[in-house]
Design a protein around this ligand. Sequence first.
Ligand code: 9MR
Length: 550
Amino acid sequence: MKISKRVASAVAVSSLSLSAFAADKVYLNQWGFTPEQSKVAIVKNASSMPFTVTRLNNGAQELSATTRPSGKWEDAGMTVSLADISAITAPGEYRLSVDGADPVIFTVHPNPYGALHDAVIKAYYYNRAGMALDQAFAGKWHRRAGHPDTQTLTLGAPDTDPVDRSKGWYDAGDYNKYIVNSGISTYTLLRAYLDHSDFYDSRHWNIPESMNNRADLLDEILWNLDWMVTMQDSDGGVFHKLTTLSFSGPVMPDAATATRYATAKSTAAALNFAAVMSVAARVFDERRDDYLERANRALQWAQNNPKQYYTNEDNVKTGQYGDTSLSDEHNWAAIEYAISQRNSKMLSELAGKLSAVSAPSWANVTGLSYLSLLRDAKGLLRENEYQSVKSQLGAYADQQVDIMQANAFRIPVVTKDFVWGSNAVMMNKAMLLENAYRLTDKPVYRTAVFALVDYIGGRNPTGYSFVTGFGNKSPRFIHHRPSEADGIADPVPGWLAGGPQNGHQDGCRYPSDLPATSYLDDWCSYSTNEITINWNAPLVYVLASVITGK
Ligand code: 9MR
């Protein structure tokens, strides 16, 4: 039986508000564990409680132990204890039973993250602008093409001929294309390729280009790079976004036909563009000269126009991605350009100007500079300079480990991580921790990475696995226009929902006011249940890392 999305969503909201998560007593990763990783379930009970683990197929008891009280997590208003199930290492399906709670099922598998990874990267294909999604690749989510963007206008330049600004990914649940957010998204996917190229060179997930001789990941990235280059003006500057004047309603792409405009140019767009073009020049040999020349012109434009901060034009109501603090972007773009030009002298200077490590976001790209210096500039920096950059990442990782050990859910998360798109904060932290692990071999950093993966997979106080289509309880009503409008009950798979935060910017009714439980699986909730290209990207990176090991 197919129930309408509205009815289904109303049911979901009312059951959420009645139960306020009280029915979920045990929280754990719903995607499965690798044999060797440490495995923890969180039990919503303050005291030490007996628990058992039995094999699902024959009922054999594999473990009998008691939970360890771990205190209160104020952000969730929850006092909990921990069931350590790390001793379960043989692949199989298991039942974890804690006195007084409904049993939960978990799996141990040599590669529990393979299908998940492929879905999380394939989500970008589902968000391609200007392309029909054929059933052969998109399955039941096949759809017509929308937004050809071959005849777009330019705001403030009514006499200019229409310009082809086609291809690219829709940013999110909306259909616009924003250079700033494309910056961090495309960089992170390029980073995933640079750091795991062996894995990607032989990995396919059934996209139209899968049969050519390039890695699927690179084909996917090119779809967006091809759009990004169309956003550069003849003076080297870069238009901030390609947008309709207002957001469309929840309709399919081909039904959202309002005129598309390039807006004003901005310093932030030029710098994001320059950084991405510089990195892409290291990956796509045949395009190296073109990308570097574009990066150079965008950098020069940004130097000549350092304070062109973007704010929406009066008649433009779509996402702003406004940023008035651009020293991190200036540094990042210069670092990427210098790495690609193998300019050691410039890199030494720039490496000395880095501010402290922090989790990357669209508005704060310092963490990306660290990653590029550590992974791509080893031979270009002096040994002492390189070690200093590395030790700053180590200090950040140590700090996250301390946070993890003090947190009742044993995850490296603090109150201020619960911003719009909190799940991506967690994955960006995991990306930094993974790099700290690879550079130092300290196992506790890997434990922190897995703790964050567990968090997204269900070891969190909402009890959701936050990726559509994966886990026993995952978002059904994401704020994603095709998923809302396509008449298909299941949302497009592989999307990471924004996640809990208590800003309540959309005015929906939330089950809780607390940062870690303020999440609503409803189309209404664009502040916790939208999806975007910059949130999936670090999850792609982290999953590729845990799959490839070291
Ligand atoms: O991810 C963005 C978040 O950091 C901001 O707080 C929020 C409000 O400005 O906007 C988010 O970005 C949205 C963008 O403006 C338009 N496309 C959807 C994005 C995710 O909600």
